[in-house]
Design a protein around this ligand. Structure first.
Ligand code: PLP
Length: 329
C-alpha cells in the first residue's frame, strides 16, 4: 500500500546528498564505512532538519487559514530561525517565545530571527519552563481577539505533523542506499525534541529501510526520549487515521549530554575542529558535535559492529556554531 502523504510546501532543497567520508572512515571506521546525510544542505538560511518538518507544518497552517506561526525554543534555536524565515517566505508573521534573557548582542540564529522580522519575546527560563503551554496559548488567544489566526508549532516542530518530514527523509535514504550500494546500516542522529528520530524510525519501518535508527540525546535522558518519540508517533497515527500501524522501539544513545543542553566541553570543540580540517564538514556544539562524538564512542565500543555502513544525519546548526565561535579555539 502506498503511503498517503499530506500536502507539503516545497521549501527544502531535496534530495540532500549522501556523502562518503573517506578520511573519517580511515581514522575512526574500524573497518566500517562512515557516511553523512547532508541535511545541513537543505538550504542556506533554512539549513538543517527543521525545514523538512516545516514543509508539512506550513502546509497545515495554510490549509487552516492561519496568518501567523507561533513557536518556541532556546535563544539560539535553529527551529525558531527556520520558522521565522519560512513565515517571511510564505507571507505570514512569526511570533517566537525564546527561553532566556534577551541577549546583549545579536548573533547567529537570533540575529536571523530579527532580520526576518519575527516578533520576539525573550522569557527567562524560570518563567518559561513551567508555563510554556499557557504562554503559547495566551499568544494564540490574543491573535484571535485581533481577528487573526495563529498556529502553535511545538518545540522543534516535533509533533504528528512535523514527523512527516523525516518519514519522507527515510524514503529519500532508501534510494540513497540503493545508489550507494548500502544493504544494511546504522543511522545516527542528534535528538533534541525527538521529532527527527521519531520520523526516521517511523519512516524506516514504513519504507523498509534496511537500517536501525539511533538518536544521541543532547538534553534530558533516554526515558524522556523513549516517551517523546512514542508520543509523536501516536499523535501522527491519531491525526492520520489511514496510516499503517507501526510499532516503534526507539534506540537512544544516552550519556553525551555533557554539562547540559547547549553546553559543550572541550572534547566537542576538538572534534568540530578535527572534522572541519579532515573532511571540510562543520558540526555545531549543541547538536551534531555531541551526536557525532557519541557515535564515535559507540563505534569504538563495537555498538555498530554488525553492519558495514554507518550513516550520520547532519541536521545543521551552523548558525549556533557562529554564536559560540569564541569557544572553538
Ligand atoms: C533541532 C535540531 C536537532 C534535533 O532534532 P529534533 O527533531 O528536535 O530532535 C538536531 N540538530 C540540529 C542542528 C537541530 O537544530
Amino acid at each position: 500500500m502506498a503511503l498517503q502523504y499530506p500536502r507539503r510546501v516545497d521549501l527544502a532543497r531535496l534530495p540532500t546528498p549522501l556523502q562518503f567520508l573517506p578520511r573519517a572512515t580511515e581514522k575512526w571506521g574500524q573497518g566500517q564505512r562512515l557516511w553523512v546525510k547532508r541535511d545541513d544542505l537543505s538550504g542556506c538560511l533554512l539549513s538543517g532538519n527543521k525545514v523538512r518538518k516545516l514543509e508539512f507544518l506550513l502546509a497545515h497552517a495554510q490549509d487552516e487559514g492561519c496568518d501567523t506561526l507561533i513557536t518556541c525554543g532556546g535563544i539560539q534555536s535553529n527551529h525558531c530561525r527556520a520558522t521565522a524565515l519560512v513565515a517571511a517566505q510564505a507571507g505570514l508573521s512569526a511570533h517566537l517565545l525564546l527561553r532566556g534573557e534577551r541577549p546583549d548582542e545579536s548573533d547567529g540564529n537570533y540575529f536571523l530571527d530579527q532580520l526576518a522580522g519575527a516578533h520576539i519575546e525573550c522569557i527567562p527560563a524560570a518563567e518559561y519552563l513551567p508555563n510554556l503551554n499557557a504562554l503559547l496559548a495566551a499568544r494564540q488567544r490574543s491573535y484571535a481577539e485581533q481577528g487573526r489566526k495563529a498556529l502553535i508549532i511545538p518545540t522543534g516542530g516535533s509533533d504528528g505533523i512535523g514527523v512527516w518530514g523525516y518519514i519522507a527523509a527515510a524514503q529519500e535514504l532508501a534510494s540513497d542506499f540503493t545508489e550507494a550500494g548500502i544493504t544494511a546500516a546504522h543511522i545516527v542522529t542528534a535528538s533534541g525534541s525527538g521529532g527527527t528520530q521519531a520520523g526516521l524510525a517511523l519512516g524506516a519501518e514504513l519504507h523498509q529501510l534496511p537500517a536501525s535508527v539511533w538518536g544521541v540525546n543532547v538534553c534530558d535522558d533516554a526515558a524522556y526520549f523513549d516517551n517523546k518519540i512514542h508520543q509523536d508517533a501516536s499523535d501522527w497515527a491519531q491525526r492520520y487515521p489511514g496510516v499503517p500501524q507501526v510499532t516503534l522501539k526507539p534506540r537512544v544513545l544516552d550519556g553525551y549530554v555533557g554539562e547540559g543542553y547547549g553546553k559543550a566541553g572541550p572534547e566537542i570543540f576538538d572534534l568540530i575542529r578535527q572534522l572541519a580540517r579532515l573532511e571540510g564538514l562543520v558540526l555545531d556544539p549543541v547538536y551534531t558535535g555531541k551526536a557525532f562524538y557519541g557515535m564515535l564512542q559507540e563505534l569504538a565500543q563495537g555498538r555498530f559492529a554488525d553492519c558495514q555502513d554507518i550513516v550520520f544525519v547532519h541536521t545543521g546548526g551552523i548558525f549556533g556554531l557562529m554564536a559560540q565561535r569564541q569557544d572553538c579555539f
